[in-house]
Design a protein around this ligand. Structure first.
Ligand SMILES: Cc1ncc(COP(=O)(O)O)c(C=O)c1O
Length: 462
């Protein structure tokens, strides 16, 4: 009897159909700009898809192509400039297929040695961009949230190990107002309290402001304080905290220094802005998301530690069925030891393949392209009388206003542009001196975005 795993003519045909779709999609530089539909509308269109007997691969795939994928927004559309978009290289996306097809378990060197070797080659490059000292290394995670969480756990455990008394306190960490929501929500996961420090006039966390906040802590809170999270490129505005002075304070106060460069980390490879990250080489841990500005498909984050042993103390899992391998080849780097996940996809492989194929210079070029698109957008905004820059671009983020528009006008404009399949540019809020304003925001990642795209989007703000 035919089973789910048997190969027959139908399976071969379905494989060909799927490969044809994948090749077409991967080579498409302007995919249809889909938009979401309500769940009940989707259900009305397709009916139940999971049934006792199955609806068949052909039918399920047809529904995916005709209905479901059209109810998603392709993150790599060149006029998708909202949130932090994505632009995986074709090589990386193709290799994501290979990674799935190869069914590799990436928790342990024993089962994943060859694949982990490749991941580590890519990681070596990432680590070299940070300037961290010899011995620093990292591991690929499912994204920035899990990288931040893994780092915070390592920090909290290191702090607890310093002094038995620390186990009696609920931990406390300091970050800035501009920090990503994942820092705040992962603090909840580890049951730590969090203090948000005001930014300086340039909207950055600085050593001066950090020191002030620490000096204002009660004696009890000072005892509970274990880490500082700075941001290497805020999600909303691309702002990089003053990492060097923050590092000074962390050193003086003996606090774990984490830099969340989930979005901005790509720019470490861009010589034009690398100096803005000075001080990152003094971090205890760093988050970088290759699925943001390093052209990897979802999902791929990375956490890097100055001292891997501290991460291992926090994350290594023990089990009766582990540690049994006699084979010398089985001894090596176990990614499961350095982040929260055990069974894991070798999600660094698409980045490795693309890096191996193209070389790191091409990455630098593509990241510099995002930076120059931001500069170009700023110039076009300044030349348009009814538009105004809210602040100079930081990294690849540009904040600007359409003079005279209300929050409702921005929302309508976003909706119309998206609905017509033209572009996705969403409004954001910018707060200065306690006043919050709705404005517009570009975030450039995709090197296929053109100056003409920017011109046409701005022209639609009439
Ligand atoms: C600075 C920063 N940190 C963390 C995250 C969370 O990353 P992820 O969505 O990959 O979990 C983001 C996402 O935009 C981010 O910009």
């Amino acid at each position: 009897m035919k089973s789910m795993h048997s190969i027959d003519i139908d399976t071969v045909e379905m494989t060909l159909d799927i490969m044809k779709y994948a090749i077409h999609r991967i080579s498409n530089t302007a995919p249809e700009m889909g938009s979401p539909k309500k769940e009940e509308d989707l259900l009305k269109l397709v009916g139940e898809t999971v049934t006792e007997k199955g609806i068949g691969g052909e039918k399920a795939f047809e529904l995916f192509k005709d209905v479901f994928v059209k109810a998603t927004v392709p993150a790599d559309h060149p006029r998708h400039l909202a949130f932090v978009p994505a632009a995986p290289t074709r090589a990386a996306t193709l290799f994501d297929l290979v990674t799935s097809a190869s069914s590799m378990h990436g928790a342990y060197w024993m089962t994943g040695a060859g694949g982990i070797f490749c991941e580590n080659q890519a990681m070596k490059w990432l680590v070299s961009l940070t300037g961290l000292p010899e011995g620093a290394f990292g591991v690929f995670t499912s994204g920035g949230t899990s990288a931040n969480l893994s780092a915070m756990i390592a920090a909290r455990e290191a702090w607890r190990d310093q002094n038995e008394e620390n186990r009696a306190f609920r931990a406390l960490l300091i970050t800035s107002n501009g920090a990503h929501s994942s820092v705040k929500s992962m603090a909840k996961v580890i049951d730590a309290d969090i203090i948000l420090v005001d930014d300086d006039e340039d909207d950055r966390l600085t050593g001066k402001w950090l020191q002030k906040a620490i000096d204002n802590l009660s004696e009890f809170d000072r005892k509970r304080l274990f880490a500082v999270v700075a941001t290497g490129g805020t999600t909303n505005a691309g702002i990089i905290d003053e990492l060097d002075t923050v590092a000074d304070v962390c050193e003086k106060e003996q606090l774990w220094f984490h830099v969340d460069a989930a979005y901005g980390g790509g720019a470490l490879a861009a010589p034009s802005v690398r100096h803005l990250f000075n001080g990152i080489e003094r971090a205890d841990s760093i988050t970088i998301d290759p699925h943001k500005w390093m052209f990897s498909p979802y999902d791929c984050g990375a956490v890097i530690y100055k001292d891997l042993e501290l991460a291992k103390n926090a994350h290594s899992q023990k089990g009766a069925y582990l540690d049994i391998f006699k084979d010398e080849g089985a001894q090596g780097f176990n990614p499961a030891d350095y982040q929260i996940q055990l069974t894991r996809r070798l999600r660094g492989l698409p980045l490795w393949f693309s890096l191996a194929m193209h070389g790191t210079e091409k990455y630098t070029e593509a990241i510099e392209r995002g930076l120059s698109l931001a500069i170009n957008a700023a110039k076009q905004i300044e030349e348009t009388p009814h538009l105004e820059l809210v602040r100079e671009p930081s990294l690849s983020c540009v904040l600007f206003r359409r003079k005279g528009w209300t929050a409702e006008d921005y929302r309508d404009w976003t909706y119309e542009n998206h609905k017509s399949g033209f572009a996705l540019v969403t409004p954001t809020k910018w707060t200065k001196n306690g006043e919050s304003e709705t404005i517009s925001r570009f975030c450039f990642i995709n090197p296929d975005t053109t100056e003409k795209d920017i011109e046409e989007i701005l022209a639609s703000m009439k």
